[in-house]
Design a protein around this ligand. Structure first.
Ligand SMILES: Cc1cc2nc3c(=O)[nH]c(=O)nc-3n(C[C@H](O)[C@H](O)[C@H](O)COP(=O)(O)OP(=O)(O)OC[C@H]3O[C@@H](n4cnc5c(N)ncnc54)[C@H](O)[C@@H]3O)c2cc1C
Length: 170
């Protein structure tokens, strides 16, 4: 694990800062501890850095570097998962999707919503409710759960077919 984390040299750190901007780069102890865990019992694995990209282009540039230098990457939504999916157990980079929080289009005629992947599910529910609509599959979800993670989880439950009209733009 230490070997992998040591792949992140000062040059790479500087590249990450250039890509996402200094305000979206985190390597302070408090941030690393926060992103070291999700809601999975007591497990905790500190990443080396946390990045909050604001565009697909930025994600792509970060991933190219991580791929080249074999740096582990853990994507993260709101960190409310209960099965450890967002735990950076190999260290490396956590990519938070918090900034991908825009609802891009609500097509009432075709009952289709287009969002970025970091939209908080409850916000989407509230927004479509204002138009007299609801999302059957995620009615129960409260709090800061991000939409993409619900889809990933639901897909794992083989229930995604019922949500085929939910289109996610990453
Ligand atoms: C109090 C509480 C109540 C809960 N109630 C429910 C419930 O009623 N129903 C339910 O289904 N679940 C529930 N959960 C579990 C949890 O909320 C869900 O698993 C939810 O889908 C996690 O969303 P998240 O945004 O926090 O994802 P995270 O925990 O951050 O991530 C979950 C997984 O998705 C991956 N991921 C996240 N974003 C991306 C991305 N953009 N691209 C690729 N991969 C990504 C992560 O790597 C990880 O593997 C509950 C959890 C808590 C703590």
């Amino acid at each position: 694990m230490e070997q992998l984390q040591n792949n992140i040299t000062e040059d790479i750190v500087q590249s990450f800062k250039n890509i996402v901007g200094i305000d979206n780069f985190f390597a302070d102890e408090e941030s690393l501890l926060h992103y070291a865990h999700d809601e999975t019992e007591t497990l905790s694995f500190k990443p080396h850095v946390v990045l909050k990209p604001g565009s697909a282009q930025q994600v792509s540039e970060v991933l190219k570097i991580c791929n080249e230098y074999k740096i582990p990457v853990t994507p993260r939504g709101a960190g409310t998962g209960l099965s450890g999916g967002a735990l950076p157990h190999l260290g490396g980079v956590v990519i938070s999707t918090e900034k991908f929080n825009k609802i891009l289009d609500i097509d009432e005629r075709n009952l289709q919503v287009t969002t970025e992947p970091g939209v908080i599910t409850e916000v989407l529910q509230t927004t479509v409710a204002e138009k007299g609509l609801f999302i059957r599959q995620i009615l129960q979800v409260k709090g800061p759960v991000l939409l993409v993670a619900i889809l990933l989880k639901t897909a794992a439950d083989h229930a995604l077919l019922n949500m085929a009209w939910l289109k996610i733009m990453c």
